[in-house]
Ligand binder design. Structure first.
Ligand SMILES: C[S@@+](CC[C@H](N)C(=O)[O-])C[C@H]1O[C@@H](n2cnc3c(N)ncnc32)[C@H](O)[C@@H]1O
Length: 561
């Protein structure tokens, strides 16, 4: 390299440095257009130098060491300039934002320095913007790998910030890979919402994809994993029957055509609720509900003693773990969330048995990504049962379920498997473990909704001697349900969306219709209230922390109102 070329190289470095500094200043003032223009000047200067003296084969080496040092600096600078321009495209306001330009810049940045972790972060963020979630996931992973092996000269703080951003981004891309197909499949239901992973405390949350006016429907969620306490529990009070599958209302008991409108289990089974002494026929609102229920879980729950028919699932048919358990074990749970846990176990075991899925996790379907932290480990009491009691209740259920899979049982603790399918055995082991059950309880605790109906209750007013019995409206818990997208909503004590009243005050069909309580801007987080938000600050904090495991920092709570 001649002295002139070396001088030119050093001048180029100086120019590029000053373009970078100026760009950074403009960027920090959110003047993205100016920042982009400044970074562009820098990359143009470097490009021209390389074109003339390296790409064109120009330089003659006079001082190898100096050239290496300067060239390394030049390449690093080029990488930083492209990376900074990428983040400017990403953060610019809508009219300037350009994910494709950002992606191209991030790739160029990497081509100059493939150890630069931040460039992979920008590449991943651009890919998220372009809806390429799988590619984004790979880029986040590359970024994390680079942070780990090559922390460069970053301060511990900068290093940690980058790691947090990349980890959150990785979770975001994984989550989007799962949820985006669900949301885009039903634009009439979910067209106004998007899901994003925020941070490790709030995790995922729903956001508005467009402006929404007060009173408008924000989204509708129809999928349901539910179990009702008993189809006709307290029938005299409700004057209603409910479909055992979709929780929809069946005709009033007094209506003459009731019998024709109610579809019974094909095998005429009964649901046994030992706790409340109820023995009741399983009822559905339609043949579709009956058949769907059978395919998904009822083949495992059905208590009918009739002979199996052609085409029925082998083994599972007529050895109904849950029913056997209900009949034989004293003190089975009747609490709504434990019944829902039973149903989910039945759904998973049916899918595994039929070979529809490879493992328990996949069998959870749309519930897979919901918060599933173990419950018994962190909460000493769960709905009035202590941990030991609950585990003792679960043990026999597992034993009966194992039996229904042809797993030979010598005692409650010693088991022998008959099946040759190793993977199935492993998954059944997992499914029938206390740990998995605990996670299902967590899933229900953190994400389910109780469905209520109003019914008349006769109460005696003891206040005055001559007062007679007076009927009073009371709210009854019909059962528990998991509604997958609805369960992604985070809480605020000053919520901006709420469930449509017709679903809350009387179940017509188990479907969540979420309505805007106020005008909502595109990009705003959608928040509902998990509790009665009119409660005093301290009571709200206490319920949220003991039941949902978080401290609310919403606007209302931060003012301790
Ligand atoms: C129904 S889930 C909501 C979706 C949840 N963010 C997720 O990623 O699965 C309820 C859980 O979300 C979290 N959460 C909801 N609202 C929150 C808030 N305002 N602050 C912190 N965490 C919250 C808590 O962990 C809570 O148990």
């Amino acid at each position: 390299m001649t002295d002139t070329v070396l001088l030119l190289l050093q001048e180029t470095i100086q120019l590029a440095e000053s373009c970078k500094d100026r760009g950074n200043q403009e960027y920090s003032k959110q003047n993205y257009k100016e920042a982009i223009s400044s970074y562009s000047k820098g990359v143009v200067a470097i490009g021209e130098y390389l074109q003339q003296h390296v790409g064109g084969g120009g330089g003659v080496v006079v001082d190898g060491e100096k050239e290496d040092e300067n060239m390394t600096r030049l390449k690093k600078l080029a990488s930083q300039l492209y990376c900074n321009r990428a983040v400017s495209w990403l953060n610019a306001p809508a009219q300037l934002k350009n994910y494709q330009e950002a992606l191209d810049d991030a790739k160029k940045s990497i081509s100059f320095d493939d150890t630069f972790a931040k460039a992979y972060l920008r590449m991943a963020e651009s890919l998220i913007g372009l809806d390429c979630y799988k590619e984004a996931k790979d880029a986040y992973l590359q970024c994390i790998r680079r942070i780990a092996v090559d922390p460069n000269d970053k301060t511990a703080n900068a290093h940690n910030t980058l790691l947090t951003q990349a980890t959150n981004g990785l979770n975001n891309s994984k989550m989007k890979m799962f949820y985006e197909p669900i949301l885009t499949e039903k634009p009439d239901h979910y067209g106004k919402i998007e899901l994003r992973y925020t941070d490790e405390i709030r995790r995922k949350s729903l956001f508005a994809r467009c402006d929404v006016k007060k009173g408008d429907v924000v989204f509708t969620d129809t999928d349901l994993y539910a179990n009702i306490k008993s189809p006709s529990l307290d029938i005299n009070t409700y004057q209603r029957l409910f479909c055992d599958h979709c929780m929809g209302q069946l005709p009033k008991v007094s209506e003459t055509e009731t019998a024709e409108k109610v579809v019974l289990c094909k095998y005429g089974c009964t649901r046994i609720m030992i706790g409340s002494n109820t023995v009741d026929t399983t009822k559905y609102c339609s043949e579709k509900c009956r058949d769907d229920a059978w395919d998904e879980y009822h083949c495992q729950e059905c208590g009918s003693m009739s002979q199996p028919q052609a085409g029925e699932l082998d083994v599972v048919s007529r050895v109904h773990g849950i029913t056997e358990y209900r009949k034989m074990v004293h003190g089975v749970p009747t609490e709504a969330s434990l019944l829902l846990a039973e149903r989910i176990i039945a759904i998973i075991s049916t899918k595994l048995k039929k070979g529809h899925v490879k493992n328990c996790n996949l069998a959870l379907g749309k519930l897979q990504h919901l918060r599933r932290d173990p419950l018994m480990q962190i909460q000493k009491s769960f709905n009035g049962n202590n941990l030991e009691e609950l585990q003792n209740q679960y043990k026999p259920l597992l034993a009966f379920l194992k039996q229904s899979y042809g797993i030979k049982l010598t005692s409650l603790d010693t088991i022998q498997y008959k099946s040759d399918n190793k993977i199935l055995i492993e998954e059944l082991e997992k499914l029938f473990s206390n740990k998995f059950y605990d996670e299902i309880l967590g899933l229900i605790n953190y994400n389910s909704i109780s469905t209520f109906v109003y019914g008349e209750e006769t109460v005696i007013n003891t206040g005055a001697k001559n007062k007679k019995m007076q009927p009073k409206l009371r709210q009854y818990c019909l059962g528990s349900a998991l509604i997958p997208i609805f369960a992604c909503l985070n809480h605020s004590c000053a919520p901006n969306i709420e469930m449509g009243r017709e679903q809350r005050d009387g179940v017509t069909k188990a479907i969540a219709v979420m309505i805007a309580k106020q005008d909502i801007k595109k990009g705003q987080e959608l928040l509902t209230s998990y509790i009665d938000e009119s409660n005093p600050f301290k009571d709200r904090q206490s319920i949220l922390s003991s039941q949902y495991g978080f401290t609310c920092n919403c606007n209302k709570c931060s003012k301790r109102r």
